[in-house]
Design a protein around this ligand. Structure first.
Ligand SMILES: Nc1nc2c(c(=O)[nH]1)N[C@H]1C(S)=C(S)[C@@H](COP(=O)(O)OP(=O)(O)OC[C@H]3O[C@@H](n4cnc5c(=O)[nH]c(N)nc54)[C@H](O)[C@@H]3O)O[C@H]1N2
Ligand SMILES: Nc1nc2c(c(=O)[nH]1)N[C@H]1C(S)=C(S)[C@@H](COP(=O)(O)OP(=O)(O)OC[C@H]3O[C@@H](n4cnc5c(=O)[nH]c(N)nc54)[C@H](O)[C@@H]3O)O[C@H]1N2
Ligand code: SF4
Ligand SMILES: [Mo]
Length: 716
């Protein structure tokens, strides 16, 4: 038995693991105290990595559809058939007739990240989708507008900040996002221990509240108005140093003009926060020596995500905390994938629009909310085939039920996934990737968000006899068959010689790319050096980068970007027209033991109490005559579901909370543990027609719903 070091790639914390390995089996996992970022921290999901390796329901060989069933098929047969069908669909109906959906886990490994870029290039379709339109697009768009680059994303300097204002994030469950923390609890607790403050703004008093100094409820969607009101206070009270701001940013006068109508008294009711509290939030931020505003998914996924994300940057800039130690800073990653990303997906928006609803492209992808209608609506450019890598859009995108119906009508659906999940079960082919322990990992995307500059490479630590291939190899196999149309007519012998040749050439390409990026990066490292330093290389704290990190023409940030200013009128109407009282707004939530729609098939992570219940304030429960623990029927414009009710004053009045990623009953044949869990998919209720107007992000937080006793269920 040996102990090997590996960086967990399940979430964004980048924890170092000590993995006990015995041949092809893993016998134990614990935290690596010598890890340069996490110092020994892990969460229960790390053990899930071991269970995942052993899970009998994880796919070990490719499957192809035969009638109602999915049956084993040899790799070459599956790949040849898929490539031939994709090619003929694109030849007959145009490139856009084949869609690509790139799911979340591919960003968590270098081979996955490069696989998705290769598939994107080789399919060349305008119908590319990914979860960013359910997730971070507003933040990326705001950074593109403010700093001239969607990938110029400042990270809170958590280790030195004195005052951290957190909106719409729950790091005690998520372990942090767009902010790789290594050891989230220790880093957050340290802020308070050194006399600093963490202030949380969230419609639910979350697990993170126990790490925070204070928590304030906010009405879902209220962040943009709150942030404007804070700016209003700072301008009114003369707390902004115009000369200092002018050196790093343009547009201060316009921002002042825009903030003018957002007096705290005017927004208080709509936002659900008293005017005096808003003033305090503003003053604390301005008077703390080193402060930072940080907002994440809860803010991105609401109706004003882009404007709110812009104002977060604006507040950090006008309070002098941008690009400053203890404020927010741009990390300097050892291997920067941004230039490659810009080459493949670009740094653009609105280059094309979705065919049916006209939703804008952003970073080479269309909003997932358009996917179902693009499959259902006949005409030139209709989607007839979909390749889905590492995704589960049936559970993860709004109105997943409608999408499931549409997917069932495709001429070809290919899923590249560890499991036959709710999406893959509708597929014609399912191709199984390897477990991350078999492929190794360099978290090339998330190391861009580390709160300390670090570089870690994990070499593969187990080798199984499974008939699986890693994501990159699968992408190469498909690409080699697709990229050479002449080969279609070539003899089988020549064709397979070509595929073998490409396979051999491409095998170690991802590692060679990482090595090149490391060598040409700011620290002139190499992959060999990282292999020799499995606990990672500590490259020091984040440091100010100065104007060269800003990619606008004048190297100054833009405080009033027109694309975002255009949505301010709608925000003001929302403030004045907010119907407060009576209505219920649905928000999501995450749990430490759950990971989006997957890992629910692992017993160690799903045992214990049901985590899928609908949270509601007792006052709303009383008003609606609903009892704690009963079953309720929840309805929205898009759909309905049954949920178990938990009454708790941890959630704001007028708000109900349901986690996404549940609802595995339809896949119970292939996900035997998950399929037996309680809970339906929250994305039966979220609405594919409810997107914010700037870039078409799905509004998953703040969805109007009704709740009543479920009369159809015996225990309701
Ligand atoms: N255990 C676990 N970890 C994960 C994941 C997981 O599924 N499970 N998923 C990973 C992924 S893909 C991501 S993107 C990250 C996300 O990481 P986080 O951004 O930390 O996401 P959440 O934990 O969902 O926290 C979002 C919070 O926003 C609140 N909220 C909802 N609506 C609003 C609103 O309008 N305004 C404000 N201010 N708050 C609101 C919710 O109540 C919730 O507490 O987590 C990652 N880590
Ligand atoms: N209502 C609501 N919906 C949401 C959210 C929310 O907060 N509320 N959050 C959104 C967010 S932030 C995100 S990121 C999305 C996530 O949504 P998606 O990216 O669509 O899906 P996941 O649920 O992450 O499922 C990932 C799939 O990849 C598979 N997988 C895991 N590792 C690998 C691998 O290495 N290779 C391959 N090929 N497959 C792998 C898993 O088995 C799983 O089936 O969900 C979004 N949907
Ligand atoms: S916090 Fe994230 S990276 Fe760390 S062990 Fe848990 S899932 Fe893995
Ligand atoms: Mo996400």
């Amino acid at each position: 038995m040996e102990e090997r070091i590996f960086t967990c790639n399940l979430c964004e914390a980048l924890c170092g693991l000590r993995v006990s390995v015995d041949g092809p089996t893993v016998t134990g996992i614990r935290g690596d105290p010598d890890d340069v970022l996490s110092g020994g921290h892990i969460c229960p999901k790390a053990h899930g990595l071991r269970e995942l390796l052993d899970d009998p329901d994880r796919l070990r060989a490719p499957l192809k559809r035969v009638g109602e069933d999915l049956r084993p098929a040899p790799w070459d047969e599956a790949l040849d058939t898929i490539a031939a069908r994709l090619r003929s669909i694109q030849r007959e109906h145009g490139r856009d007739a084949v869609a690509l959906y790139v799911g979340n886990p591919v960003v968590h490994s270098h081979r996955g990240a490069l696989a998705s870029q290769l598939l994107t290039s080789v399919l060349g379709t305008k119908n590319r989708y990914d979860p960013n339109s359910q997730d971070g697009n507003p933040r990326l768009f705001a950074c593109m507008q403010v700093y001239g680059d969607a990938l110029a994303i400042p990270v809170p300097d958590v280790d030195r900040v004195d005052h951290l204002l957190v909106l719409g994030a729950n790091p005690a469950a998520s372990n942090g996002s767009m902010m790789a923390l290594g050891n989230p609890r220790a880093r957050f607790s340290a802020i308070v221990e050194r006399g600093g403050r963490v202030v949380l703004v969230d419609p639910r008093r979350t697990e993170t509240a126990s790490w925070a100094s204070r928590h304030h409820f906010i009405r879902p969607g209220g962040d943009a108005a709150l942030l404007f009101a804070m700016l209003h206070v700072l301008f009114r009270e003369g707390r902004i140093d115009g000369d200092r701001v002018g050196r790093v940013a343009s547009g201060l006068e316009e921002l002042r003009r825009l903030a003018e109508p957002f007096a705290p008294e005017r927004v208080a009711d709509a936002v659900g926060i008293d005017a005096e509290v808003i003033r305090t939030l503003a003053r604390e931020l301005a008077s703390s020596p080193r402060a930072c505003v940080y907002a994440r998914v809860g803010v991105c996924q609401n109706a004003f995500g882009p404007v709110a994300s812009w104002l977060v940057e604006a507040l950090n800039i006008v309070t002098g905390n941008f690009d400053r130690e203890g404020g927010c800073l741009f990390p300097a990653p050892a291997a920067d994938i941004a230039p490659l990303g810009r080459m493949v997906i670009g740094n653009h928006h609105g280059r094309w629009r979705s065919r049916v609803r006209g939703l804008p492209e952003f970073l080479g992808a269309l909003p997932s909310a358009a996917m179902a209608e693009e499959i259902e609506t006949p005409g030139k450019g209709q989607i007839r085939a979909l390749v889905c890598i590492a995704g589960n859009p049936v559970l993860s995108t709004p109105n997943g039920e409608r999408l499931a119906g549409a997917l069932g009508r495709l001429d070809l659906l290919v899923a590249i996934d560890l499991y036959v999940n709710e999406t893959a079960r509708l597929a014609h082919f399912v191709l199984p990737p390897k477990h991350i322990f078999e492929t190794g990992s360099y978290d090339v995307v998330l190391s861009r968000f580390a709160v300390r500059n670090v570089a870690k490479y994990s070499a593969p630590i187990v080798e199984t006899a499974d008939d699986t291939r890693d994501d990159w190899s699968i992408a190469v196999e498909l690409a080699s068959r697709l990229a050479m149309p002449a080969m279609a007519g070539a003899s089988p012998g020549l064709r397979s010689a070509w595929v073998r040749g490409v396979r051999a050439l491409a095998r170690d390409l991802p590692e060679r790319v990482i090595d090149l990026l490391l060598r040409t990066g700011p620290y002139k490292l190499s992959l060999a050096e990282l292999r020799a330093a499995p606990h990672g290389k500590d490259l020091g704290p984040l440091t100010p980068r100065g104007p060269r990190a800003i990619r606008t023409p004048d190297r100054r940030a833009r405080l009033a970007p027109p694309a975002l200013v255009a949505d301010v009128g709608r925000l003001l109407s929302w403030v004045d027209e907010a119907r407060v009282g009576g209505e219920l707004l649905l928000i999501g939530r995450r749990h430490l033991r759950s990971n989006n729609s997957w890992m629910h098939n692992l017993r160690s992570l799903t045992k214990g109490p049901d985590r899928s219940s609908l949270l509601m304030h007792p006052a709303d429960g009383a008003r609606l005559g609903l009892a704690d623990g009963g079953l309720v029927r929840v309805r929205s414009r898009a759909g309905e579901l049954t949920a178990r009710l938990t009454l708790t004053d941890d959630v704001m009045r007028g708000v109900v909370s349901l986690p996404h990623g549940f609802g595995h009953a339809a896949a119970r044949a292939t996900l035997r543990v998950a399929g037996a869990l309680e809970g339906e998919s929250a994305n039966r209720l979220t609405d594919e027609l409810f997107v914010e107007p700037v870039i078409g992000t799905s509004v998953l937080n703040g969805v109007p719903v009704t709740v009543e006793i479920d009369l159809s269920s015996p225990s309701g």
